[in-house]
Write a protein that binds this ligand. Structure first.
Ligand code: PSV
Ligand code: MN
Length: 434
């Protein structure tokens, strides 16, 4: 694969763009610091914690997405994994919360893994969890996944799907990854089409085989999803099935929570608590949704839910310092520039983390003990309602990022340069999420 020019955002451009904004940031930061100090909170400590926060970028999120109906390509979209990684570097250099990339295979299979690793490291990035794909047929594939993969009724399809997952692990080893995320679309569209228990057993046999092919320091993350593409039943449809499968498969097999994979109004923060209480919370795909698996930008629809998820995560971290789930974004950008959406989303996730750090847990615990429902919820709300933007901006600026990353990106002209260097690939303008 030809590596195109290593176009990125210049540190000087970021510094120049920050310059006129830094005075107001200093004064906003000072005002917020004084406000927090009244409650005994040290703003510097929060800013340091904000700087440690990171969430991986999805390699499949850099191109314009699409729906079942259409895909409207964007200008200067990345055409290969090198261009995707270059765009990831732009997201990271401006936003400073996304130092790694989660690869989807075979969508982004590199022909030369060591070359891709060197290119990626050179841009200051690394690789996070690997994602396998047995929910689509690939060109020249021997067997079809039309009726499933790891839970397929026929062994040939299951064997092919297991072999693919093992190939993904082998590739991930070369790229420095430490985890495999498995999401399958297996399920049924009609009552009676599939024997629930038999399909689940076949799935478990396959995950055991994949698990045994993983290095000892790897984690396997099972991602549940209520429906789609199967519309009647899905083999790993909920956190309960995921928990059973992870428990059955092995100690380092855990559950991955994609925020868009639940029925409307499901209490996701409680799922987070349940899974972690029993050592099975492995990671997240962050995004937001209004109706189903909408893959909208994180925090765009229900930021309070995102905060409540982080409220649980911070609580868990306080009692278990070794708790470190994999954090990834999983979004589809249909009407925005993917670089902008990813920068913004990562900051929204980081914002929820910082606000969750502000929760007065001692007071909350007292209110819970005393059954003071009003003050318990007010304690959460008072942390949520605080505007922590100066902390995020300061954390970014101090680590070389942009105070206003979206405006800095727009002013850089990066997309325009890409549009000139990356002519639209007509073969990618059909329908479906890419
Ligand atoms: C499935 O809807 C999913 O959330 C899984 O994580 C896939 O890997 C990803 O979306 C593909 O877009
Ligand atoms: Mn997902």
């Amino acid at each position: 694969m030809t590596i195109t020019s290593k176009q990125t955002i210049d540190a000087q451009h970021i510094a120049d763009h920050n310059s006129p904004l830094s005075r107001s940031l200093e004064s906003d930061y000072q005002a917020l610091g004084e406000r927090l100090a009244r409650d005994g909170t040290d703003i510097e400590q929060l800013t340091a914690q904000a700087s440690t926060f990171s969430v991986a970028l999805p390699s499949w999120g850099l191109g314009t997405g699409g729906t079942r109906f259409a895909r409207f390509p964007g200008q200067g979209e990345p055409r290969n994994i090198y261009e995707k990684v270059a765009d990831c570097a732009v997201v990271q250099h401006l936003g400073r919360a996304t130092p790694s990339v989660s690869l989807h295979i075979p969508w982004d299979t590199p022909s030369d893994p060591s070359e891709l690793l060197a290119y990626t490291n050179d841009l200051g990035l690394s690789f996070d969890a690997m994602n396998s794909n047995t929910f689509q047929d690939q060109k020249d594939q021997a067997h079809s996944y039309k009726y499933g993969s790891l839970a397929h009724s026929e062994s040939a399809m299951r064997e092919q799907a297991v072999a693919h997952n093992i190939e993904v692990i082998e590739l991930g080893k070369k790229l420095g990854s430490k985890a495999l995320t498995v999401w399958v679309g297996d399920g049924s569209n009609f009552p009676g089409q599939q024997h629930f228990a038999n399909a689940f057993s076949r799935y478990l046999d396959c995950t055991a085989e994949i698990y045994s092919a993983m290095p000892d320091d790897w984690s396997m993350l099972l991602e549940h999803k209520i429906f789609e593409p199967a519309f009647y039943s899905t083999v790993i449809q909920d956190w309960g099935s995921s928990y059973l499968a992870a428990t059955q498969t092995g100690e380092r097999c855990k559950c991955l929570v994609d925020l868009g994979h639940h029925a409307p109004n499901v209490n996701i923060e409680m799922i987070v608590s349940r899974l972690s209480q029993f050592g099975k919370l492995g990671g997240f795909h962050f995004n937001d949704s209004k109706y189903g698996d909408d893959d909208l930008d994180s925090g765009s629809i229900n930021p309070y839910q995102l905060f409540l998820v982080f409220n649980e995560l911070v609580d868990i971290q306080n009692t278990n310092s070794s708790f470190s789930p994999f954090y990834m974004l999983d979004q589809s950008h249909n009407v925005t520039d993917p670089i902008e959406s990813l920068i913004y989303s990562a900051a929204e996730v980081q914002r929820s983390f910082v606000k969750a750090l502000l929760v007065n847990r001692q007071k909350l615990s007292g209110y819970q003990q005393g059954n003071d429902a009003m003050m318990a919820q007010a304690t959460l709300k008072s942390a949520y309602n605080l505007d922590v933007e100066p902390i995020l901006q300061m954390a970014r600026m101090r680590s070389g990022g942009a105070i206003d990353p979206i405006q800095s990106y727009r002013a850089s002209g990066y997309r325009e340069v890409c549009a000139a260097q990356r002519p639209v690939d007509a073969s990618r303008s059909g329908s479906g999420i890419v």
